[in-house]
Structure formats: structure tokens, C-alpha cells
Ligand binder design. Structure first.
Ligand code: T4K
Length: 413
């Protein structure tokens, strides 16, 4: 990616200068491992003429993921959303399931799609994961399970959630879409609860183009999920369960295997990027990066900036608008929270009353680009944009107000 060198550091695109970056800098730009290894695998696949349905690359991929997560079984799927749906069905969840609202919409949809109500509990603002006290408050006679999310790769308070599960007779599982190669209290994510679900989507630090997996130590659960991902077939002309097509293709497994071979290298890049951001942002009032516990394994795949609008001269939405003008496509994940998105907004119009921390955190978060495609120079330039904008906050606010007014007159979004 190219930085526009002709631009004076003080000029901002929002004030009329050309964007600092010539081409868009994305959050979630895919990492690419060895092309040679990938093409060799794809050639093997073509020669074998075995493209899907429990192929050899899928088996190898499952074995590698099971080994990284130190779990007994890995059941690979076409994506994490379907993996969540299958795990939820295989665990026979019913009625209501408690989840955080501060997560990607897929966590909630995987339940609602099966006519199970996601009940939103609040998060602990320090960890951005389920607050166990809030979970206890929303348990009802219809609650069948708790589905925690290891957001940004930082694990939930698994001891407290599983303690609540035992006390109230609830199943506990985790959406670990962000947490491959992360640990909690020295144990790899993958071994907590009944099962854990990983995503290998293109935007994840390890990708299989599209992909997901459920990891578990439960033999019976693993076997049920294997049938369910293949229409329920348990033999030729025989089904044992209601199933769906949740299979991972051989091409996706080939990409996944190739990505996994670069895991250490990609984590190192992410960690270096994180440290560069941290160093550059030090001393800028009102902004902070979320922290990763140095005593645990982390994948550092998300650069999560929190902007405290009481201490910073600009608020989160203004910062995102400034970055977008510069071609830095910062994201507000997971604003505004699932409870403020359809269908939940209509189905549960008062959910916000129980979610003060979710609303607060969702309003101050800004995700910044990282991964193999982002250089130290780009990070320095990006932080310089933020500093310049903070220095000219009054002028920037006026320019953004004017731009918004013009957009509302022309009907633009
Ligand atoms: N649970 C959690 C907690 C999750 O975060 C997710 C997914 C899931 C479950 C479900 O996992 P999957 O079923 O997807 O396996 C993106 C991803 O599509 C989604 O996988 C991810 N979380 C979520 C956090 O981000 P969008 O709607 O924001 O994607 P989009 O199209 O706006 O792309 C994000 C950025 O990445 C853009 O700036 C473009 C860039 N990009 C994207 C793709 C696909 C590329 O540069 N190249 C690409 O190939 O959801």
C-alpha cells in the first residue's frame, strides 16, 4: 500500500487535502501464506478429483486445528455461522440462550434462525466479554444455555460462567471466532465449555477463504455434529439426525492448511503492528488500545482503539469519518450492538435498559488496520492523521458538520 508522500503532514483530507493513502487500507485484509504451497495443494486436489465431502485436506486441517487448540475433536465446517448453528442444535438448546449483545450479529442470528431467543446480557467494560453478574440477572425458567464470546481473542471469565452453568443446570459453549491460538489461564481456547467455535473467514488472521470449525472434547457431540454437517447421513441411504450442508470444501481446507503453516509468522507481524500502534499512540489524550495479557498466548489480530470523548477533542464517529476521508477504512465493530439491529431491535425494544456497558463500549470503539499488508510507516502515518485532527479539532468539527449537512441535503448516506 502506498502513502501519498506529496502531502504535508498537517493537511487533512477532511479539510480539503488529497487522501493520505492512495488506495484503501482495510481492516480485515486477508493474510496470504505461501502461494506455491497453496497451488501445489490445489493441483493435488484436482488430480485426486475429490473436492468436498470429508476429503483428505479437511481431515488434515481438522487434525492441525485440534492440535493447536489441544482439543480431542475438530469438526470443520463451511463457516463459523453454520458451525454455531450446528453446535447449538447438537447441544439441544431450546427456549432462551444468554449471549452478549456486543458481538458480531452471527452469534445472535445462529440462535434466532432456529427460533431460540438470544437474551442479551451486559459485558464487563474492562474485558468486553460477558459480565457473569449480568448473566445471572437474566436467567429465566426458559434459559437452556449460555453462549459466551471470546471477543478480540480475550477469553471470557470461563470459571464464573461455567460455575453459573453448573448451578442452574445450563449448557455453556463459546463463540471463539476471534480466539484461535489464544490461551486462558495457560490453557488453549478450544477446551472450554461443551464446545468452542472458530472462524476461518477471509478477514480472520488465519483464513480458509471461508471456513469454521467446532472444537470439543466430547466424543458423542463431535459424532453428532459430523452427521449434522452432512445432511444427517450416517450411512448410504440412512440419516440419523436433521442435518444441513455445513461441509468445508477441499479448496478451503487447502487454503486453511497453507495459512496455518504461517501462523507463527502472522502472529509475529500482528504483535509488531500492535506494539508500533501502542508506541505511536502513547501520550495522545483520550485514546487507548485494548490490552492483551502478556502471560497468555494471543494472536493480536485486532487493533481496538477506544476513544473517550470526554478526554479526547473528537468523538469516535468523528475519528472514523476522518480516517475514511484519508482512505483508512476504520470500523466501529460491534456498534450499535445486536440489540439495536433487526430483528432484535423490534423483538426486544427495551433490551438497552440492561446493557449500559455495551452501549458505552460500542460508542467508543474504532478498529484499525493490521496484518501482513500494513507497514510500520503506514501505522505512523495513520497515527499522525489522528494527532493532526486532534490539533485542529475545531476546524475538523466544522468541516464534518458542513459535510454532513450537505449529505443530508443531497440525501447521501
Ligand atoms: N462470531 C464472531 C464473534 C464473528 O466476529 C464472526 C465473524 C462470526 C461469529 C461468524 O464467522 P463466519 O461465519 O464469517 O465465519 C466481517 C466478516 O465477514 C466476518 O467473518 C467477521 N466476523 C466480521 C467481524 O467481519 P463484515 O460484514 O464487516 O465484512 P466486510 O465485507 O465489511 O469486510 C471487512 C473488511 O475486510 C472490509 O474493509 C473489506 C475487507 N476484506 C474483506 C474480504 C471478505 C478484504 O479486504 N478482502 C476480503 O476478501 O464482516
Amino acid at each position: 500500500m502506498k502513502v501519498n508522500s506529496a502531502i504535508q503532514s498537517k493537511r487533512l483530507a477532511v479539510l480539503g487535502a488529497s487522501p493520505r493513502f492512495e488506495s484503501p487500507l482495510h481492516v480485515g485484509r486477508p493474510n496470504v501464506g505461501s502461494r506455491e504451497r497453496l497451488f501445489a495443494r490445489l493441483n493435488d486436489m484436482l488430480d485426486r478429483r475429490w473436492f468436498s465431502n470429508d476429503g483428505p485436506f479437511v481431515h488434515e486441517f481438522e487434525a492441525k486445528v485440534a492440535s493447536i487448540t489441544q482439543a480431542k475433536h475438530c469438526v470443520a465446517m463451511c463457516n463459523a455461522t453454520v458451525a454455531l448453528e450446528i453446535a447449538i442444535r447438537a447441544l439441544e438448546m431450546t427456549g432462551e440462550v444468554i449471549i452478549p449483545s456486543y458481538t458480531f450479529i452471527a452469534t445472535a442470528n445462529a440462535l434466532q434462525w432456529q427460533e431460540i431467543t438470544p437474551v442479551f446480557a451486559d459485558i464487563d467494560p474492562a474485558t468486553c466479554t460477558l459480565d457473569p453478574r449480568s448473566v445471572e440477572r437474566v436467567i429465566s425458567s426458559k434459559t437452556s444455555a449460555i453462549l459466551g464470546v471470546h471477543l478480540w481473542g480475550r477469553a471470557c471469565d470461563t470459571e464464573a460462567l461455567e460455575g453459573i452453568g453448573r448451578e442452574y443446570g445450563l449448557k455453556v459453549m463459546y463463540d471463539a471466532a476471534h480466539a484461535l491460538a489464544c490461551s486462558h489461564q495457560g490453557k488453549m481456547v478450544g477446551g472450554f465449555g461443551e464446545c468452542e467455535v472458530f472462524s476461518f473467514h477471509a478477514t480472520k488472521f488465519i483464513n480458509a477463504f471461508e471456513g469454521g470449525a467446532v472444537v470439543t472434547n466430547n466424543d458423542d457431540l463431535a459424532s453428532r455434529m459430523r452427521f449434522m454437517r452432512n445432511f444427517g447421513f450416517s450411512g448410504y441411504d440412512k440419516t440419523s439426525y436433521l442435518g444441513v450442508n455445513g461441509k468445508m470444501t477441499e479448496a478451503c481446507a487447502a487454503m486453511g492448511l497453507t495459512s496455518l503453516e504461517s501462523l507463527d509468522e502472522i502472529v509475529e507481524v500482528n504483535k509488531t503492528n500492535y506494539e508500533t500502534y501502542d508506541r505511536c499512540l502513547a501520550g495522545i489524550d483520550g485514546v487507548s488500545l485494548i490490552r492483551y495479557d502478556k502471560h497468555e498466548s494471543n494472536n493480536y489480530q485486532y487493533i481496538v482503539l477506544e476513544i473517550d470523548s470526554e478526554a479526547a477533542p473528537l468523538n469516535r464517529d468523528e475519528v472514523v469519518a476522518i480516517f475514511h476521508a484519508e482512505n483508512v477504512l476504520a470500523r466501529k465493530y460491534f456498534w450499535p450492538g445486536c440489540h439495536r439491529m433487526e430483528p432484535y431491535k423490534s423483538l426486544q425494544p427495551n433490551a438497552d435498559l440492561l446493557l449500559p456497558n455495551t452501549e458505552k463500549v460500542a460508542g467508543r470503539v474504532c478498529l484499525l488496520p493490521t496484518g501482513q499488508e500494513v507497514s510500520a510507516g503506514a501505522i505512523e502515518s495513520l497515527v499522525e492523521i489522528l494527532e493532526s485532527a486532534f490539533h485542529s479539532a475545531g476546524e475538523v468539527k466544522d468541516a464534518l458538520r458542513k459535510k454532513n449537512k450537505e449529505a443530508s441535503h443531497t440525501g447521501a448516506r
